[in-house]
Design a protein around this ligand. Structure first.
Ligand SMILES: Nc1ncnc2c1ncn2[C@@H]1O[C@H](COP(=O)(O)OP(=O)(O)OP(=O)(O)O)[C@@H](O)[C@H]1O
Length: 602
């Protein structure tokens, strides 16, 4: 995925604009946001009330001449201070809970929305985006957003309210000090904004580097047997090292900048404080203000300058989160090249005697290789219930044909009709519900055998699953598993053999009961028993269905109604096994190499 173009460095609004894309995620929780804001203001007001209570303590707590009365007055003032503390505690806790809740909720929603959207992307998307990168965005970037929403934003708002409050109180109580503090503020804020701009650029770069290393790890861990068989552990480890080092390098640059910023802010805070204190003590000595007034002013200055310092930090977080949101929204708003039709057409009832599938003049090149035609003027009609075998050398375009039928890609020319309706006019769900797919390398998910077979039809009853498994010759080995159909398969459970995985896939297709079956026969040799079982399962799956099969076995081509011989995306010949052996040199050659061995086994 291409990195987003950097926004204009001068427009703060534009740099933060990706955050606006998050607003819809807050909308459902408007009530809670308002409540959080209310607690926030109340907590800030409690903090601001503290100096007032303090001044009262200092200036009025000692007035009474009688020691008993004085003690009584002091107790009253301390009680008021304690009351302010309790209010602060309660409102802060409520604010913390509400804000964290919103942060967690919004992040979870965002994560779900992005994942849901990515699931709908066509395979083309995954050609240019690595799975590890998507995972990194789903985890790291959403965590940055969560930090923003769940803590920085509330810190920012709280400190804005407190800062403004303290400023207002300073204007009322001590305008001269206020003017001086404002001067210092300008000195602090300007460099902070300048540094923030850099921080944001480095943040995006650092997140990109983290995504790079995730992408590498996801790919390598997914192919660990290959890596180990080639003895490439050390090289892969150093490739990952390089990538993490690059991420580290960018993160360090960002941290260095932030560290300088923090040092500057702390120094400026101290300067402001000491300056205020110095001015104040002078005023007390001159008798212009009381000691309580000085204490109050000092606390307000502390609050105010502290708020400004926190806001500078929050600004950095805001920019980091803007970078993360930008990356997330890129994923969320990516438009799949395969779109649902605007006005979907319904499929007519199947005509058992008609044409089930019509392919006309298909020309197609993969987007990543626009100059190489994977299909070049391919036309074919398949009658309902017919079994057509596709045969051809590697790279002939057989799998590509399946990809187009499933509408994973759009042909550049030509059309595909299912039961007389162009597939581009069908809703994707409707099209794919009509197609059963048995891929060459069947995927087994880490769930029970029962759920694995149910995958294409989650509402199927247990009896239906058992019937499909029996038809697919899978019932025997599934019952023999430690917990029968309830046994966990896949990564966390039992590993199945190639032939067994295929029979699960066949059972899945039988249960789905789609009228069009796309079969990609496994090229790897199975042992005799497995081979027979799989063959019997396939025969069962093909019964009464229109079938396109990428054939690697003699028995398949012998039983096919027609065999389509393909080469370089074109049809070379169409016929039956015996005819083709006699007249098609390419077929005769393929048959000699591909089918003899399989024939001997089967
Ligand atoms: N995702 C892809 N991106 C770019 N090119 C591709 C992609 N998939 C396949 N191709 C190319 O398209 C052509 C047809 O490939 P296809 O997989 O359809 O052949 P095939 O007949 O199924 O071969 P095999 O029997 O080896 O699976 C080949 O030149 C292949 O390199």
């Amino acid at each position: 995925m291409s990195p987003a173009s950097p926004a204009s460095p001068n427009a703060a609004g534009r740099r933060l604009s990706p955050l606006r894309g998050l607003l819809p995620f807050f909308r459902p929780y408007r009530g809670r946001v308002l409540l959080a804001a209310l607690f926030l203001v109340l907590a800030a007001a409690s903090t601001l009330a503290f100096p007032v209570a303090l001044k009262a303590l200092v200036d009025q707590g000692f007035i009474a001449a009688d020691p008993g009365e004085r003690l009584f007055a002091l107790r009253g003032h301390f009680l008021a201070l304690f009351g302010v503390g309790v209010a602060l505690a309660v409102f802060s806790a409520a604010r913390f809970y509400m804000v964290s809740w919103i942060g967690e909720r919004v992040t979870a929603d965002l994560r779900n929305a992005v994942y849901r959207h990515v699931l709908k992307q066509s395979p083309q998307f995954f050609e240019s985006t690595q799975v590890g990168e998507v995972l990194s965005r789903l985890t790291t970037d959403t965590t940055l957003v969560q930090t923003l929403v769940g803590s920085s934003l509330s810190m920012g708002l709280r400190n804005t309210v407190m800062g403004l409050g303290a400023l207002a109180m300073l204007i009322v109580t001590n305008p001269v000090v206020m003017a001086q503090v404002l001067g210092i503020l300008v000195g602090v804020v300007l460099p902070a904004i300048w540094a923030g701009r850099k921080v944001r650029r480095l943040s995006r770069a650092s997140q990109d580097r983290v995504a790079d290393s995730s992408a590498i790890a996801a790919e390598v861990l997914g192919a660990i047997p290959v890596v180990q068989a080639h003895g490439q552990e050390a090289r892969e480890a150093s490739r990952f090292d390089d990538s993490t080092e690059r991420a580290f390098g960018t993160a360090v640059k960002r941290s260095r900048l932030r560290a300088v910023l923090v040092a500057f802010i702390i120094a400026a805070t101290f300067a402001a404080l000491l300056w205020g204190l110095y001015q104040g003590t002078q005023a007390v000595v001159r008798g212009e203000i009381t000691a309580g007034h000085l204490g109050q002013t000092i606390v307000y200055v502390i609050i105010f300058v502290g708020s400004v310092a926190v806001l500078a930090e929050v600004w950095g977080d805001l920019l980091r989160a803007a970078g993360a949101s930008e990356r997330l929204l890129e994923l969320l708003h990516g438009v799949s090249p395969i779109q649902e039709p605007r006005e979907a057409q319904a499929l007519p009832a199947r005509d058992p005697a008609g044409v089930a599938l019509r392919l006309e003049g298909l020309r197609f090149a993969y987007p990543s290789r626009p100059d190489t035609l994977a299909l070049d003027g391919f036309s074919l009609s398949v009658r309902s219930g017919e079994t057509v075998a596709l045969v051809g050398p590697s790279g002939a375009g057989k799998s590509t044909l399946f990809q187009l039928l499933l509408r994973f890609y759009e042909p550049q020319q030509g059309r595909i009709e299912l039961d007389g309706v162009p597939i581009a006019r069908l809703r994707l769900g409707e099209l794919r519900s009509r197609i059963g797919l048995v891929p060459q390398d069947s995927t087994v998910f880490s769930t029970s055998a029962l759920e694995n077979i149910r995958y294409g039809r989650p509402d199927a009853s247990e009896a239906e699953v058992l019937a499909a498994a029996t038809a697919a010759q899978a019932d025997g080995f599934l019952r023999a598993l430690p917990e029968g159909y309830a046994t966990y398969l896949g990564e966390r459970g039992v590993r199945l053999s190639g032939g067994q995985r295929q029979r699960i896939a066949i059972a899945r297709a039988i249960l789905k009961n789609a009228p069009l079956l796309l079969l990609d026969e496994a090229t790897s040799a199975l042992d005799t028993e497995s081979e027979r079982a799989v063959q019997a399962a396939l025969t069962e799956a093909m019964r009464g269905r229109t079938t396109l099969v990428i054939a690697h076995r003699l028995s398949t081509v012998q039983h096919a109604d027609r065999i389509v011989v393909m080469e370089q995306g074109r049809i070379v010949d169409i016929g039956r096994h015996a005819e083709l052996l006699g007249r098609c040199a390419l077929y005769a050659r393929l048959a000699a190499v591909q089918f003899d061995e399989a024939g001997a086994v089967g």
